[in-house]
Design a protein around this ligand. Structure first.
Ligand code: NDP
Ligand code: HSE
Length: 436
């Protein structure tokens, strides 16, 4: 059987693991595909760097030349350019492409899929969301006959690792981040992880596929974890919550702005007994609610070279089988609807607001008045004295207020007005509560 030529672009954390498996498990892969894979070229930035297990004659710095004559191109460079141009060129030349590049897919999905359609080849990207976890195929294929209503996931390993270490080990933020980088979870520039943009890219991809409508990273409302302090983690723990960076995608039929989809990323309080609360380390999990299937949970390693290589190789086997069978196969992930993307102000959620207030008569009633005027219902108020104030300064108290569910715009207005009250010394933190 004629072998299939594979060109790999990028040989870093993920690429080196993919190369090791293509080179080391050749016979097994050939048996599953029906033809052997021939790793013909590996494009990198620096061809002189030692790459254990990768024959030096395969290495090249000329990515465009590496693509020529390839049946399958695996893009593991990351970022927008030159990855976008290289993928388009590979598709136009008739190669099927496998990529893990969520940043690119979250901004150029339509363009890339159109190029794959035009060339009648496949573009697969299981590894772009939640590393090793099979999630793109289940959402795009297995649930294609159902109606997904909500997707809520922990889809960034770095931030989950940091928040988990802060919660379970009491580590400070910087130590946890440094270790996440050493373990290969964090992106080269960790601001994409910490600022929530990596999770937002994954939310855009998930929302597009789950709701069959184009959602780009620019449509996703994003808050990262840089404001999450050890104190907030401790307060959450004491109240039976844990803080997780959540990506939430839902279809809303009755928002104040009308029907549409919402895609958002923010750190939220989850009850410690919630199924996502026990997702520790760099693990990812995605919780799906669908009309007929009900609740589904997907869990596994969301980052790291070896786990991610599993998803990449699954796609390689899949596109290689199509090459052997001939034809492109039925394409499942079509964005056939055009739903409006709703602003975060239109979603329904709950807030936990922590205030530092002056402890004197009438303060609580003034605060309650603001909630009443905004139509926001309070579920719980907890007050503790702030003890370590110097003698002679006004007594202060920490007020933690949890709301019932309300429209985000009203909750936000309430917070803004509370911050302006003369009785409020400081707005200590605001977190949404999910999973109730
Ligand atoms: P790395 O930074 O470890 O590797 C990038 C590779 O691309 C390096 O080998 C680099 O070469 C090469 N490269 C960069 N620019 C060029 C260029 N212009 N031409 C040719 N080669 C180039 O990234 P990762 O392996 O971590 O990530 C790869 C992709 O996988 C990204 O899209 C990432 O978002 C995604 N991903 C990563 C996960 C992870 O856990 N790391 C998990 C899921 C997805 P050189 O080695 O010479 O510098
Ligand atoms: N930096 C990403 C993370 C890698 O921490 O989840 C996986 O996409």
């Amino acid at each position: 059987m004629k072998s299939l030529r594979v060109a790999m672009l990028g040989c870093g954390v993920v690429g080196s693991e993919v190369a090791a498996r293509i080179l080391g498990h050749g016979e097994e892969l050939a048996a599953r595909i029906g033809a052997p894979l021939e790793l013909a070229a590996v494009a990198v930035r620096d061809a002189s760097k030692a790459r254990p297990g990768v024959p030096s004659e395969l290495l090249t710095t000329d990515a465009a030349a590496a693509i020529e004559g390839a049946d399958i191109v695996i893009e593991l460079i990351g970022g927008i350019e030159p990855a976008r141009e290289l993928i388009l060129s590979a598709l136009r030349s008739g190669a099927s492409v496998v990529t893990a590049n969520k940043a690119l897919l979250a901004s150029h999905y339509g363009e890339l899929m159109k190029a794959a359609d035009a060339a009648e080849v496949r573009l697969e990207h299981e590894a772009a969301v939640a590393g090793a976890i099979p999630i793109i195929r289940p959402v795009g294929n297995s649930l294609a006959g159902d109606r997904i209503t909500r997707v809520m996931g922990i889809v960034n390993g770095t931030t989950n690792y940091i928040l988990d270490q802060m919660d379970s080990e009491g580590w400070d933020f910087d130590t946890a981040l440094r270790t996440a980088q050493e373990l290969g979870y964090a992106e080269a520039d960790p601001t994409a992880d910490l600022g929530g943009h990596d999770a937002a890219a994954k939310a855009a991809i998930l929302a597009s596929i789950a709701f069959h409508t184009p959602v780009t990273i620019d449509d996703v409302s994003v808050e990262g974890i840089t404001e999450v302090s050890a104190d907030m983690v401790e307060t959450a723990r004491a109240q039976g919550f844990t803080i997780k960076l959540l990506a939430i995608c839902e279809e809303l039929s009755d928002s104040p702005e009308g029907p549409g989809v919402s895609a958002r990323v923010y750190p939220a309080l989850l009850p410690r007994e919630h199924v996502l609360a026990s997702v520790g380390g760099a693990f990812n999990a995605v919780f799906i609610e669908a009309e007929a299937a009900g609740e589904l949970m997907f869990y596994g390693q969301g980052a790291g070279g070896a786990p991610t290589s599993s998803a990449v190789l699954g796609d390689v086997v899949s596109v290689a089988r199509r090459k052997v069978l001939g034809g492109r196969g039925q394409y499942e992930r079509r964005l056939t609807t055009r739903l409006p993307v709703l602003p975060i102000s239109a979603i329904t959620t709950r807030y936990q607001i922590t205030l530092d207030v002056f402890d004197r008569p009438g303060v609580l009633s003034r605060i309650a008045e603001v909630f009443a005027e905004e139509g926001v219902s309070i579920e719980l108020v907890q007050q503790t004295q702030i003890e370590d104030e110097p003698a002679g300064t006004p007594q202060r108290a920490k007020l933690v207020i949890a709301t019932h569910a309300g429209i985000d715009a009203a909750l936000r207005r309430t917070v803004d007005r509370l911050a302006e009250l003369e009785a409020v010394n400081a707005l200590s933190s605001v977190l949404r509560i999910e999973g109730h």
